[in-house]
Ligand binder design. Sequence first.
Ligand SMILES: Nc1ncnc2c1ncn2[C@@H]1O[C@H](COP(=O)(O)OP(=O)(O)OP(=O)(O)O)[C@@H](O)[C@H]1O
Length: 705
Amino acid sequence: MFQILCSKASIAAPVRSLSLYPRCNKTANISRWYISPGSNGYCSSQQPGNAVSRIWSLTQRALRQSATRTSKPPGVALKFILGPAVLTVSARLFCHIAYCEADVNNNTPVEVVAKSPAPEFKWHILWEFVKPQLFALIGAVVLAFGAAILNIQIPLMLGDLVNVVARYLREHTGNYAHEIRGPALKLLGLYGIQGLLTTGYIILLSRVGERVAADMRKTLFASLLRQDVAFFDANKTGQLVNRLTADIQEFKSSFKLVISQGLRSITQTVGCFISLYIISPKLTGLTVVVLPCLVGAGALIGSFLRKLSRMAQEQVAKATGVADEALGNVRTVKAFAMEERELQLYAYEVDKSCEINENLGAGIAVFQGLSNIALNCIVLGTIFAGGTLISSNELSPGDLMSFLVASQTVQRSLASISILFGQVVRGISSGARVFEYLTLEPTIPLAGGGRIPYHSLMGRVDFMNISFSYPTRPGHQILKKLNLTLPPSKTVAIVGESGGGKSTVASLLERFYDPTSGVIMLDGLDIRTLDLSWLRGQVIGFINQEPVLFGSSIMENIRFGKPEATDAEVINAAKQANAHRFITGFPDGYNTVVGERGVTLSGGQKQRIAIARALIKNPSILVLDEATSALDAESERVVQEALDRATKGRTVLIIAHRLSTIQGADLICVMSNGRIVEAGTHLELLSKGGLYSDLIRRQRAEGQQ
Ligand SMILES: Nc1ncnc2c1ncn2[C@@H]1O[C@H](COP(=O)(O)OP(=O)(O)OP(=O)(O)O)[C@@H](O)[C@H]1O
């Protein structure tokens, strides 16, 4: 199996392919090679072993495109030269050179899976979020630093205290209570100040962390909403939501931990080492020999645990994706009685996650067990060696106490640094995933630069020589040099076989996608030069087969079409859409909450609210994409009545399955193979006896007319 790994759009279709039979003059284990099928991407083989010696199957069209556009990801460079029958591939991978030749064979199907390369962590983006919180952050750092410095002081003062006790036990002279009071009060004061500093830095740090996370969430959400439709074709909603929630949460935890624990641990390690050296250079020498070995072993086990933890994170995201999809489409799941299958899918992913987490837990347990043994051995060793030094009067009992406490602090700090290291890696990878979409620029920007014509619109639309392939399937051309005119205030219907590209035409008019070639003109202006928010918000009204409502009130749903609309405007739009009567029939009227995606309403009711939502913005152009095809006869009659009223005086594009609904259109265009092949009125097309009359005949036979 081969994979195409794309950074933006994904490619996910079984397609015709060509096979490459590479012959190379040098062994190179090519695990990844680069092609650019219309967007940046990697291509890799999942077959193990020496990839150069294997047959490479790739999509013919994707490769053709890759032959014209290649770029260099780090460490990988590759060129495609496509001859009539021979494909030459030259690859430089990690300093190995491989030359491959390949014969073209069109018949082998290949599975193509989309996957993104690992995103990069960008410090300058983090800086933008941290900048507004700089003062609070500096305050937190200073307080945390102060608390850490005091922690270095504490072992020394404990030593003083023990020395007082030891002297009293040895000599039994002086006033014990008086002698102990001073160092004890000092220590108490130190504990108090340390407590205050700790409270202060935790408050400041959690404020900084929460605000940075909140800003990131808002910016990421705004960035996601800004993306064009192709982005959502290529990315699963569950995974996007995961970036907004789990990834930002993980990043926030790491950020806070690094500043609090990282700073404290490093300061304490350095400070306590100095104290250790001052107390006893000999004992410190012993510690210096033993500790790095332990820390090295700990780091090794730690890196293995981090790998497991990353796998666990990814697995949880997968499981979330499955649950999100099933719950988001719960009605379909129920309609097909697929609860058991969805449960099995989810259980499979959760079990995998559980297995990884169990291994991770066992790894952590072993790690902690070994650490405990090692740390206790160090204590024992220190007491043993320290006792020897006491017996030779090189060390006092208080010094040994200070040494023990300080060396424990060093050990704790080093251990937390190694744990922290894992957290940093997790935080950085979560941050990178968040930043990836924060900076992603949509190919069709919603705002900026586009103009809004001064004059009022006539509403003439011209599709001129439009060719189009979906970004997720660049090799599959849907529209082929399509020409179509929507005259002002006229109704044009597009009919044709299913999957022929009718809805695609509507999507291009809305600029959900831009054509691969050709121009769409609105009143003689290229729509790419027009302000997109204005075009979608005020010019085009869109009603499709399955209207999706938000889980708020009917009033808010209609007002979604024009946020500044008054209640009277909402009611007026509802009346035009034949919705007023049923809305006022509800106990809460316009304040009735419609449930998630409008589940508490019937199909016809939802459709009429969608019509009101489109009409409230008084659009010059109305696009009806099979707006009545999902309704029963009675609902269709009421909705059709509303639509007839709504289309008056507007340019209307109707995409229709059921030909009975478009017979009154001013122009009917028949689409086939990505082009308009017939155009005329119902009667003209019938008299031609072409594709349209075939469709009519077929639908009559199927009883749809
Ligand atoms: N987002 C998408 N990404 C990739 N391919 C798509 C996408 N949407 C539609 N297609 C493909 O484009 C082709 C045309 O689809 P379109 O929805 O425009 O057809 P249609 O004529 O409206 O069909 P129907 O009458 O069944 O609704 C189909 O082959 C479909 O699989």
